[in-house]
Design a protein around this ligand. Structure first.
Ligand code: AMP
Length: 214
């Protein structure tokens, strides 16, 4: 099964993609995770990517498309994949169509997770990520037992630059102007499954599983 998840920042794409990966036994491919790894590794691509990520802007299409093309050519993607955070622009969507055509394949589902902006701002500004294990606490919904310390591994919690309110507002603006138009593009192809993302993780997972027949 080949599918993509579309939704605003904080809609739970990453969490749902990981759950689907376990359910379906196919890889989850998150461009955000790939770029964060490049930033952490201090690679030349990471240094360039960080400038865009810190401002809540999108990394240029040619860079992102190259990274995804290489990843999709790995043998573990033959059976299928879940793309999380890609495509994010119309040009990326068209490039993905070409990549899949060359693989003599096509997308089966485009899951669109719908969540109102206000809800997302509360979710994202409260997120605190562990520097050591990457676990994400929330100051209101998943409060760490000890302030600033990860319950899972004792690592230091911090607020990702792209989770700060100003950046989130920028990321939402970017989403509405550049990524939301993809919904119309895929609706025309008849593969869009719209999901209400306001429920619990389990509820949203159940809705997605039903929609894609997983
Ligand atoms: P995410 O974790 O998916 O929200 O991604 C974090 C940041 O990485 C985004 O705000 C962008 O700066 C960058 N990024 C991730 N995926 C893409 C993409 N498909 N196109 C452009 N930039 C991306």
């Amino acid at each position: 099964m080949k599918m993509i998840l579309i939704g605003p920042p904080g809609a739970g794409k990453g969490t749902q993609a990981k759950r689907l990966m376990e359910r379906l036994g196919i890889p989850q491919i998150s461009t955000g995770d790939m770029f964060r790894a490049a930033v952490a590794g201090g690679t030349p691509m990471g240094l360039k990517a960080k400038e865009y990520m810190d401002k809540g802007e999108l990394i240029p299409d040619d860079v992102v498309i190259g990274v995804v093309k290489e990843r999709l050519s790995s043998p573990d993607c033959n059976k299928g994949f879940i793309l999380d955070g890609f495509p994010r622009t119309l040009d990326q969507a068209k490039a993905l169509d070409r990549i899949l055509e060359n693989m003599e394949s096509h997308l089966d589902h485009v899951v669109v997770i719908d969540v109102p902006d206000d809800y997302l701002i509360e979710r994202l500004t409260g997120r605190r990520t562990c520097r050591k294990c990457g676990y994400m606490h929330h100051i209101k919904f998943d409060t760490p037992k000890k302030d600033g310390i990860c319950d899972k591994c004792g690592g230091e919690l911090y607020q990702r630059d792209d989770d700060k309110e100003q950046t989130i507002r920028e990321r939402l603006k970017t989403y509405h102007s550049q990524t939301a138009p993809l919904v119309a593009y895929y609706t025309d192809k008849g593969i869009v499954r719209k999901i209400d993302g306001k429920g619990s993780m389990e509820e949203v997972e159940g809705t997605i599983a039903t929609a894609v027949g997983a």
